[in-house]
Design a protein around this ligand. Structure first.
Ligand code: WTA
Length: 626
């Protein structure tokens, strides 16, 4: 018997699950870790087999399936169009305006090949970086796969980011091609993506071609010689549906994805074709229990890792039918999600606690007017889920029959790391245990494992196939940030505790990352946006608990001489941050102050600000300057 509040899966769930006995699978994976992953890799196609499953000769630069040749796109598309799956829906898409589009595996393969030829005609070659900046429309999937097909490295920038975030990511990745859209529909309004891109391109000089998908159809600026319409290119004779696939080394880069970490600029996390493919394929299959007839919906955005791994690559690798929705959950009414689940017969719903809490506020009658009996499994990701939201999700959405997969993982891990499976007993608020074979621990400051239920630093002790390989162009930062606090162990940046049953409970970030509505933002990005305003001399940002968003951004600003404190200025600064970083980064509050707590070496002590805001004891402040 497990301690605390436990939800046991029904006989029915266990009987039908892909994995019926977690302990057995775990034992198998622990006993022969490499053999386990090798077995999973064999379910996918390789043009040449590996010489080694795991090469750890140059730690922490681990390599997986060395010597093997593949291309993740072959396993996502080409493999399926040779089987009955060619007629199966790969994608069902609903626009916020109600528009419906579907694409079979055959059709998706065709569109990807055509667009890959377009990219080739722009001079894109193996190893080149291509930036993609779009809303949730099918073309974002096509663009990612087309780039990967020809061996280019995609760098997707979330459509909710704005001018400076986009410029910085284009510049750092040195992209020659930007793929974007005229706009995106969000809550009935248009996000002017192309206009934001135009402004970003004035700040960085690498882009030669901008390919623009028409979605919102408002008037936009098209610079001749640089900007081209996607639909026109796709009609050119060069856009044939035959496009040779680039045979990639297992360790060749597939994508970079920028994410916020401790201090400074966002860093580009690099993932590869081989290991990432095996990790993402396996975890989705086991955790979300993928069945041939399923209709699966991951409600994240393709612009974040959740979308990369579990909207784009994972579902396609498993030959799944994936549903994608463009807009806001409560548009035009709070029943939008439930209406679509009923309409399309969705079996699996994977979303974030913030969305659940947001929809919970509208009350259960919005859910209850729809028949959600097609649902079999639910999932959660991005931040700790509070037991109250968990229980609402379980009872109201899942009708007490759908286990909730609370999956803990990161941009860096590429795949689920702590997660239940449908056959596992659940405790609301805990992601249960590490994925079979993966060893994790919770350590104190000196590197000793903490006692049960004590808080400590969460670390990963075994390499895993979908692990990041490096920080793009900055291997030193890779080593320093992740592998130096406890040599040999990967440092997650999270604090956690483990109960007497071995269940993990994530507490939150211990670095300068703020999770707002599950989105990962860095204090440095927000602070540098504030300081780029002429009125601001210095700024500090912290995250404070928020009922729906999990955390909200609170900022403290020192004004330059000659500027007056006013509510108008507060509003202007909030808008400025939204314009530079993105609407998700808009501070909840801006407080003008005369000084900031700093260490003697000049570092802002955010924990002191946080303690003060929460009315708590700031702890040791002996390093603080007067
Ligand atoms: C947090 C998102 C609690 C955690 C896939 C992690 C979670 C960070 C969970 C990574 C979860 C993610 N429970 N916390 N189930 N999932 N986190 O890179 O703090 O955007 O370090 O990846 O999100 O955020 P990222």
């Amino acid at each position: 018997m497990l301690s605390g509040e436990v939800y046991y899966p029904s006989e029915e769930v266990i009987k039908n699950a892909n994995v019926k006995n977690w302990d057995e699978l775990n034992e198998r994976a622990v006993k022969d870790y490499e053999g386990f992953w090798e077995e999973m890799a064999k379910e996918l196609h390789w043009f040449e087999k590996w010489q080694k499953v795991l090469d750890d000769s140059d730690k922490p630069f681990y390599k997986w399936f060395t010597g093997a040749k593949t291309n993740i796109v072959y396993n996502c598309l080409d493999r399926h169009v040779k089987t009955f799956r060619r007629n199966k829906l790969a994608l069902i898409w609903e626009g916020e305006d109600g528009q419906l589009r579907t694409m079979s595996y055959f059709a998706l393969h065709r569109e990807v090949c055509k667009f890959a030829n377009v990219l080739k005609s722009m001079g894109v070659e193996k190893g080149d970086r291509v930036t993609i900046y779009m809303g949730r429309i099918p073309e974002i999937v096509i663009a990612m796969l087309a780039a990967a097909r020809i061996g280019a490295i995609h760098s997707v920038v979330y459509g909710g980011f704005s001018v400076e975030s986009l410029a910085e990511r284009i510049e750092d990745s040195n992209s020659k091609v930007l793929i974007t859209a005229d706009g995106a529909f969000q809550r009935g309004k248009i996000v002017p993506l192309k206009q934001i891109a135009d402004e970003a391109l004035q700040r960085c000089g690498t882009v030669e071609h901008v390919l623009v998908v028409k979605r919102t159809d408002q008037e936009i600026n098209m610079e001749s010689g640089r900007d081209l319409w996607y639909h026109e290119l796709m009609n050119l004779p060069i856009a044939t549906q035959n496009c040779a696939l680039e045979i990639m080394d297992a360790e060749d880069p597939l994508f970079i994805l920028y994410t916020s970490g401790t201090t400074g600029k966002p860093k580009a996390i690099l993932h590869t074709h081989g290991g990432y493919m095996v990790g993402v394929y396996t975890t989705l299959k086991f955790v979300f229990d993928i069945k041939e007839e399923d209709r699966y919906w991951c409600a994240a955005d393709p612009g974040w890792i959740t979308g990369h791994s579990y909207i784009v690559y994972g579902p396609l690798l498993n030959g799944t039918t994936s549903f994608m929705y463009e807009g806001a959950p409560n548009f035009p009414y709070p029943n939008r999600w439930w209406q679509m689940i009923e309409k399309y017969g969705i079996n699996i719903l994977y979303t974030a606690p913030t969305a659940i809490r947001g929809l919970m506020r509208f009350g259960e009658s919005w859910v209850k007017r729809h028949d959600l009996s097609s649902l079999r499994l639910l999932g959660s990701v991005g931040e700790p889920i509070n037991p109250e939201a968990w229980k609402w999700y379980y009872r109201v959405v899942g009708n007490e029959k759908c286990p909730i997969m609370d999956t803990w993982w990161q941009t860096e891990t590429g795949m689920f790391m702590i997660t239940p499976m449908p056959c596992v007993p659940l405790k609301p608020g805990s992601g249960s245990r590490p994925f079979p074979g993966i060893q994790m621990d919770i350590l104190d400051e000196d590197g000793n494992p903490v006692k049960p239920n004590e808080e400590g630093y969460l670390v990963i002790k075994t390499p895993w196939p979908a692990m990041l390989r490096t920080v793009y162009k900055d291997p030193e930062r890779y080593v320093n940030q992740y592998w130096s606090k406890y040599p040999g162990y990967y440092m997650t940046g999270d604090s956690a505790r483990r109960d007497e049953d071995g269940y993990y409970w994530i507490i939150g970030r211990v670095d300068d990352v703020i999770k707002v509505s599950g989105y990962r933002l860095g204090t440095a990005e927000i602070e540098s946006a504030l300081v780029s305003h002429p009125a601001v001399a210095e700024a500090a940002a912290i995250g404070l608990p928020h009922e729906v968003k999990g955390n909200a951004i609170y900022t403290y600003v020192i004004l330059k001489n000659g500027y007056e404190k006013s509510t108008a200025l507060i509003e202007e600064l909030r808008k400025h941050v939204a314009h530079e970083v993105g609407p998700i980064a808009k501070p909840e509050s801006i407080e003008f102050v005369d000084s900031l707590p700093k260490t003697r070496s000049g570092k802002i002590m955010r924990r002191v600000l946080k303690a003060r805001a929460l009315g708590e004891d700031p702890g040791n402040i002996s390093t603080m300057e007067d």
